[in-house]
Design a protein around this ligand. Structure first.
Ligand code: CMC
Length: 430
């Protein structure tokens, strides 16, 4: 980041100069950190649409061109060349692991993958059909009670211990919450298996019907987790940074991120897409009517899996997910009518002026649900899969933020529009 030019701001008789910062990809931002001190004014930016809340070296995305790169590597190459664990390592450590680092990281993850036996009992007390996202978030914070020493550690040591625990045990928890949801016995991680193999095995193995790992599905799971691994300052990552800025530990910050991800405008959209497609099929709706409904101003319905705060073109992750749909469905010999509806919906929306003018394209969630569904993962688990994928991104951002010289507690301002001062009338007279 360098400060070359300046912006001039004139308010009445006062003129001030504000530094303009330039990032490594040429993006420019006006540094307003001294604005209030100099003018007494704040800026108004609901939803932080124009606000760069931090500097970051993890992920670059260009929403106009549909570019997504982690630490400089294009998402398409990472999906093609790497396993999820390598991308997790890249996000957190800043460089791809070599062979030895890869094996060390894997064995560390394996060693940490067993849950404390007492944690297993927590699962018993959730009601039947408890939403797995509720279980995941409460288990993330519960994990911290089994690692109290983390509070005492410095950031680097905390990171190593907490990061490895979170990456390997949240995967175990995700699989266990699925088993709980299905009313099936838990399957423990197997140290001979790799990260995604273990995830699939823990979800689908059965004493009466052993689960055979299929390399195409293992590859697809790796790709699915990789396309979710990070997306710079999205809602859940910002939640992780905000909670972390108060000095809360990594577990607490991640639990907040999981809760933020749950909403249907964010990670919950993958579940909402499938529910929308199922509704269209069940009720025999015409795709054109659904598109019309999504455009109506007096109807809160939106085309789920469409639109993005940053992408104003096709989301590169959606392109990858669409390809995965074809590969996985073909491998499993499945013909999913929801895919046909999704393709028809995409075609109709992309030809419609409303969507064209607003630059609304399919996002990552539009096709991933169809792949998860084909792999046998129930709808309620989709956002959990997103969370497992996003975990290294959250961790990387938390670490980066803790080490950022600009880091301060997150505390936005507001524009007060409530009543002006008034006197309290005693209760008897009100
Ligand atoms: N269907 C119909 N209209 C839409 C949609 C949609 N999916 N998305 C945006 N619009 C319209 C919106 O009504 C507004 O119209 P107007 O200018 O006439 O008021 C315009 O497009 C701009 O939308 P916005 O709500 O101001 O945009 P935003 O940046 O605040 O919201 C979004 C982004 C992703 C929340 C939104 O596009 C949306 O709700 N999409 C559906 C949910 C979804 O798929 N979410 C997943 C996002 S990608 C993965 C992730 O982040 O986790």
């Amino acid at each position: 980041m360098h400060k070359a030019t300046k912006a001039t701001l004139t308010i009445g008789d006062t003129t001030i100069e504000l530094p303009v910062l330039t990032g490594t990809e040429g993006e420019r931002t006006i540094d307003i950190s001294a604005l209030r001190k100099q003018t007494g004014m704040t800026t108004f930016d609901p939803g932080y649409v124009n606000t760069a809340a931090c500097q970051s070296a993890i992920t670059f995305l260009d929403g106009e061109k549909g570019i997504l790169r982690h630490r400089g590597y294009p998402i398409e190459q990472l999906v093609k060349e790497c396993e999820f664990v390598e991308v997790a390592y890249l996000l957190v450590h800043g460089a791809l692991p070599d062979k030895r680092q890869r094996e060390d990281f894997s064995s560390k993850l394996n060693r940490h993958s067993m849950l404390h036996e007492d944690m297993r009992f927590f699962f018993r007390n959730y009601p039947e059909r408890a939403h797995p996202m509720a279980i995941l978030s409460s288990m993330a914070i519960s994990l911290s009670t089994f690692c109290p020493e983390v509070e005492e550690m410095d950031v680097d040591a905390q990171v190593d211990e907490a990061m490895t625990t979170l990456l390997s045990q949240l995967r175990t928890i995700a699989a266990f919450s699925y088993r709980k949801f299905e009313g099936k016995p838990f399957v423990y991680p197997d140290h001979k298996l790799r990260y995604c193999e273990n995830l699939l095995k823990m979800m689908f193995d059965s004493p009466v019907e052993p689960y055979e790992l299929d390399p195409v599905l293992v590859r697809a799971m790796n790709a699915l987790l990789i396309i979710h691994a990070d997306h710079e300052q999205n809602c859940s990552t910002s939640a992780v940074r905000l909670v972390g800025s108060s000095g809360a530990n990594l577990f607490a910050s991640i639990a907040a991120g999981i809760c933020a991800l749950w909403g249907p405008k964010h990670g919950g959209a993958n579940q909402a897409v499938i529910e929308m497609l199922e509704g269209i099929r069940r009720d025999g709706l015409k795709v054109s009517d659904v598109v019309t409904r999504a455009k109506a101003k007096d109807n809160p319905f939106r085309l789920m899996g469409f639109g993005h705060r940053v992408y104003k073109t096709y989301d590169p992750r959606a392109r990858i997910a669409k390809k995965l749909c074809d590969q996985v469905l073909e491998r499993l010999g499945i013909k999913d009518p929801l895919l046909d509806i999704a393709l028809e919906l995409e075609q109709a929306a992309l030809a419609d002026d409303y969507f064209v003018e607003r630059k609304l394209y399919p996002n990552v969630d539009f096709y991933t649900g169809i792949v998860f569904r084909a792999m046998g993962i129930p709808t309620d688990m989709f956002t959990v899969m997103f969370a497992i994928g996003r975990l290294p991104g959250w961790i990387a951002h938390w670490i980066e933020w803790m080490n950022d010289p600009y880091q301060r507690i997150g505390r936005p301002r507001q524009l007060y529009v409530g009543p002006v001062t008034q006197d309290v009338v005693p209760l008897a007279k009100r």
